[in-house]
Design a protein around this ligand. Structure first.
Ligand code: FES
Ligand SMILES: [Fe+2]
Length: 363
């Protein structure tokens, strides 16, 4: 397995100790391989951290992840077919079991143990199927983040996915930064001008960053507030939590002026699965515990979520395009005070990458 990406000397770094696209991928973590409903009896491919991976389900419904590269002549196995629980390569017909071992080589009539596929541990948790990208023999389940909002009947959620032609760290920075809402997402009136002057509180503990801020006189969607019987003025608590590199958990808690105050809580889950140094899979879900069985409301929420996150995708791809085109040697991005959360997060990722490199050293 490769443990680094090719350095891009043309992309200016933000400074020492701050992760950028040249920082090796963080491997000893769980990433979301796919929404669970994407993994079926029809094999698919997904490239994660620069590794082409085959995904399918056994006849018993268990998800399988293995290298999507036949060890014989590198044919992509997702273009093969399933024979029971085995994947059959469509070039010379070698069969592989779900544990990666060879089942049959037609031209030999045997199954040599030396011909095998790397397999990846998976953990299916409701709508999310996580993949462990570190040592397959030692997945660390303490690093798995379970999202009860996506599995509990007390909650409903909407979801979406997009492919972003940009490095995943840019999206992490974007998600820590509410100041872009006024511009990138201006038409939705999510944030008022005075809110971008609010100073978030940043808490860092071990390998976790939490950023919190409170917006007074917030303007949540009027229709939803009406449905919940909530009346203004509204106060909105917003937080972002990052524990692992592939996940960014947002929370909004809106309270109204009744006594005691009514609350509307939403968990906004951003899943960042790097594909290469300049592409990523961006999956998202918004979970809520009120107005649970209203299709119209769910559809609106899904459409607004998809439209807002699409705006971020466009920004990140535009920046990536500038990185590709512009090579002025002295350019350095300026860091301003409100970038603090994003920069702290990139520092944390840099430390995590250094620790991983250290632990990989042969004693
Ligand atoms: S390339 Fe797969 S069987 Fe030959
Ligand atoms: Fe955004």
């Amino acid at each position: 397995m490769t443990n680094s990406v090719a350095p891009r000397a043309d992309v200016p770094s933000k400074g020492p100790g701050i992760a950028d696209r040249n920082t090796p991928f963080l491997r000893d973590y769980w990433y979301v391989a796919a929404f669970s409903d994407e993994i079926t009896r029809t094999p698919i491919r997904r490239t994660i951290l620069g590794e082409d991976i085959l995904l399918y389900r056994t006849q018993d419904g268990l998800p399988v992840a293995m290298q999507n590269r036949c060890p014989h002549r590198s044919f992509p196995l997702h273009k093969g077919f399933l024979k029971g629980d085995r994947i059959v390569c469509n070039y010379h017909g070698i069969e592989f079991n779900p544990d990666g071992s060879c089942g049959h080589v037609p031209s030999l009539g045997t199954a040599p143990p030396a011909i095998r596929l790397d397999r990846y541990p998976l953990e299916e948790d409701g709508p999310l199927t996580w993949i462990w990208m570190g040592d397959a023999s030692a997945p660390d389940y303490s690093r798995l983040v379970r999202m009860e909002w996506c599995t509990s009947p007390q909650w409903a959620f909407v979801k979406g996915a997009m492919y972003v032609k940009a490095n995943y760290l840019g999206l992490h920075e974007n998600l820590m930064d509410l100041t872009h809402f006024l511009f990138t997402h201006g038409k939705w009136n999510i944030v008022k001008p005075e809110h971008i002057l609010d100073r978030p509180v940043l808490k860092e503990q071990d390998d976790m960053i939490v950023q919190e801020e409170v917006h007074e006189n917030a303007e949540p969607p009027a229709e939803r507030m009406e449905k919940l019987g909530m009346t203004g003025p509204f106060t909105m608590f917003v937080s972002q939590t990052v524990k692992i590199p592939g996940l960014h958990q947002g929370l909004t808690r809106t309270t109204d002026n009744s006594n005691p105050p009514k609350q509307d809580v939403q968990h906004i889950i951003h899943i960042l699965t790097p594909e290469t140094a300049n592409t990523m899979h961006y999956l998202w879900a918004i979970a809520y515990d009120a107005v649970l069985h209203d299709d119209t409301f769910a559809n609106t929420m899904q459409q607004v979520g998809a439209a807002v996150f699409e705006e971020d995708k466009v920004v990140l791809e535009d920046i990536e395009e500038v990185y590709r085109r512009d090579h002025r040697p002295d350019f350095r991005e300026k860091i301003i005070r409100t970038d603090k959360g994003g920069i702290q997060l990139l520092r944390m990722f840099s430390r995590m990458a250094a620790a991983e490199q250290e632990s990989a050293l042969v004693p």
